[in-house]
Design a protein around this ligand. Structure first.
Ligand SMILES: [Zn+2]
Length: 314
């Protein structure tokens, strides 16, 4: 992948306007493959063509997912749990702030599990990293996710992602080590459980809050300063100024310890689901690659993809 200087003020590689083109289309030369490409919809500093860019994303996909499973996903749980522990000693106002930040971690974790699901589902159309990093939690994306996942069994979810189902694994039970079988079954269950927790993201004020948090982080514990606005003593509100509509929006959230415990539990389940979903995907991909190798090297057609180390570690 091409390294970039984020603060670079000017294009390092000057782009030439194509002299033959009357419309003065900006053309650049790809640093990776040497082909010319159109800069029409890109930053003029872009140095690689779209196909090379996609290939470079695919090249780092496994490492990215592996890192995210071990570190990035868990980060939301780490932060939320640390906040939860600290709120026991905090005064009531600080507890509201901490509560709001825990809910924010729930929203972050939920967004990433949805992003991962959608990215895996579209992996044959677009690099996984592109879908994953561009995914935004909002009303349309949550509605679309609901249509994909509501009322689905864990096996139906796996089938939707083109991953093996529990029924597939059950059928291969005699061929795979018991430890692998248990890990696989546990992962499939964890993914379904995490997806169930994510589906609650459009309840109450959560979606408006997710939207508001992209624009503001200003919290308030009182609303008497705004006309016709009231807030319960146990609530904290996010203040968002909508300049286009010329309104001050406030999204109030009640902070109760039992409610926060529900969020902590949800973050735990969601981050476990993200980790296990990545494990399933990488494991299955490695296994398929191994089978292909074996099919290539083994003699005779009797060694089909259904045999051998179907679910074994690669
Ligand atoms: Zn290229």
């Amino acid at each position: 992948m091409t390294s970039r200087q984020p603060s670079e003020p000017h294009p390092r590689q000057p782009y030439q306007a194509d002299a033959d083109d009357r419309h003065d289309v900006a053309i650049a030369t790809c640093e990776d493959c040497g082909d010319n490409f159109d800069l029409a919809n890109s930053d003029p500093r872009t140095r690689v063509c779209a196909p090379c860019w996609d290939r470079s994303l695919e090249a780092v996909e496994t490492a990215f997912l592996d890192n995210y499973a071990k570190f990035g996903a868990k980060a939301h749980r780490t932060v939320a749990e640390a906040l939860f522990r600290s709120q026991a000693l905090a005064d009531p106002d600080d507890r509201k702030v901490i509560g709001m930040r825990i809910v924010e971690e729930y929203l972050n974790a939920a967004q990433e599990l949805m992003a991962l699901y959608v990215a895996l589902r579209r992996r044959h159309e677009q690099p996984l990293l592109t879908t994953f990093t561009n995914f935004e939690l909002n009303a349309p994306s949550v509605a679309a996710f609901r249509i994909l996942t509501t009322g689905r069994t864990s096996d139906e979810l796996m089938r939707d992602l083109q991953l093996p189902t529990l029924a597939d694994v059950e059928a291969a039970r005699g061929e795979i080590p018991r430890k692998d079988w248990r890990q696989f079954a546990g992962a499939v269950t964890a993914v379904a459980d995490g997806i169930g927790r994510v589906q609650k993201v459009d309840q109450g004020v959560l979606l408006e809050l997710a939207d508001g948090l992209r624009q503001s982080s200003a919290l308030t514990h009182k609303l008497e300063w705004l006309p016709d606005r009231v807030m319960n003593p146990d609530q904290v509100a996010l203040v968002v100024l909508n300049q286009r509509r010329r309104v001050l929006m406030t999204h109030a959230l009640a902070i109760h310890e039992p409610q926060l415990e529900v969020f902590i539990d949800a973050i735990d389940k969601i981050t476990a689901a993200s980790r296990d979903l990545i494990w399933l995907y990488l494991h299955v991909r490695d296994t398929l690659a191994l089978e292909e190798q074996q099919t290539d090297t083994a003699s005779g057609p009797q060694r089909g993809p259904q045999q051998g180390q179907k679910w074994g570690r690669a």
